[in-house]
Design a protein around this ligand. Structure first.
Ligand SMILES: [Zn+2]
Length: 354
């Protein structure tokens, strides 16, 4: 027995890949050459991931433009002037907007699993974007002949197909990225928006059997981009009771960078349901210093004072590069942190005799 440990998903792209992308978008690089560059980054990432000793790996999202926008690949009914998200350091990210219906994904995440399988020997975890995040694509002013209700029906179908495609390609775990959960409380303190997001994501999860739901997880964090966050000031007490209503088996939760982990662990203890497992963040991805395995061990042992060990796992607080162009953390640092998490989690399991 051991304590499960998993990454969130993204690893910074190698500089050569970012250079190639720039040239490709300028029209200076052929499609074939671009594909070869993607492949090189993918195989190197998986090799290095497996070298950390991780029991389960991801493709590092090397070929996704971002954790949130990959389904829009190649779509011609999207424009760029959607909802703007402001981060604590003042920088912003603007989401795209749907121009006309019907809404269909340009790619399903199973495609990434299929590519990763060519290089991986460890089980693969695949992240997908939540239906609730993509629900923000529908413009406030509406779309003629394509109602919001019809859009949501199409979105649910596609989000289900996205998760299903991952399982079909053999993904061991699927993680739904729900970073807008915590943000929604900031946007709407009445929490009506949060409840709407929970209900929508449960509509998607309702298409899966209990056994499949056990292999589906949800990631929550205050958003990590260019070493800044968008909703760290939202109290976890406002999010977690609703979060655990999601019919998923696993919860990947930012915790290492929280100011008061005891407080959060207390709330988790109170609201986690018996069939759910929480993977607590033991690595602060916004800090360049690599954690010592002993620090990770102590964080796990501390969490085990609140959470039964058979419901405990560890993770990083967030992905290392959720957006393709975020190079605030280097690949070497990312892999060193993952290695420390794996080693520290094993030390804790040893200490707990499991
Ligand atoms: Zn995150």
């Amino acid at each position: 027995m051991s304590i499960p440990t998993e990454s969130i998903g993204s690893i910074p792209r190698p500089p050569q890949l970012l250079d190639a992308l720039r040239e490709f978008r300028l029209g200076n690089l052929s499609h074939e050459r671009m594909e070869a560059c993607y492949d090189e980054a993918l195989s190197d990432t998986i090799l290095r991931f497996e070298a950390t000793g991780s029991p389960i790996i991801s493709d590092g999202e090397q070929t996704k433009s971002s954790f949130a926008t990959y389904p829009l690949l190649g779509l011609d009914n999207i424009v760029q002037d959607g909802v703007v998200i402001t981060f604590a350091d003042g920088h912003t990210r603007q989401l795209p907007k749907l121009k006309k219906g019907p809404f269909k994904y340009g790619i399903h995440a199973g495609t990434y699993v299929q590519s990763a399988k060519r290089y991986a020997s460890a089980p693969i975890k695949q992240a997908v974007i939540s239906a609730s995040a993509l629900s923000l694509l529908y413009p406030q002013e509406g779309i003629p002949d394509y109602s919001q209700a019809t859009f949501i029906d199409d979105l649910v179908k596609e989000a289900v197909a996205d998760i299903r495609s991952c399982f079909e390609q053999g993904a061991h775990h699927v993680q739904v990225d729900f970073t807008e959960g915590r943000l929604s409380v900031k946007l709407d303190p009445t929490k009506a928006l949060l409840q709407q997001f929970i209900d929508l994501n449960n509509r998607v999860l309702g298409h899966f059997t209990p056994d499949q739901q056990k292999r589906i997880g949800v990631h929550t964090c205050p958003g990590g981009d260019h070493d800044s966050t968008h909703s760290a000031d939202v109290d976890y007490a406002d999010l977690l009771p609703s979060l655990f209503q999601l019919n998923a088996g696993n919860f990947y939760m930012q915790l290492a960078s929280e100011k008061n982990p005891d407080y959060v662990l207390g709330i988790i203890k109170e609201h986690i349901r018996p069939h759910q497992r929480v993977y607590i963040g033991v690595i602060d991805v916004l800090n360049q210093d690599v954690e010592e395995p002993e620090l990770v061990r102590d964080r796990v042992l501390h969490a085990a004072e609140y959470i039964p060990v058979n419901q405990l796992g560890t993770t990083d607080d967030c992905g290392y590069s959720p957006f393709e162009d975020d190079t605030s953390t280097g690949r070497d640092v990312a892999f060193a942190k993952i290695k420390a998490r794996v080693a520290g989690t094993a030390l804790a399991a040893n200490k707990l005799n499991i």
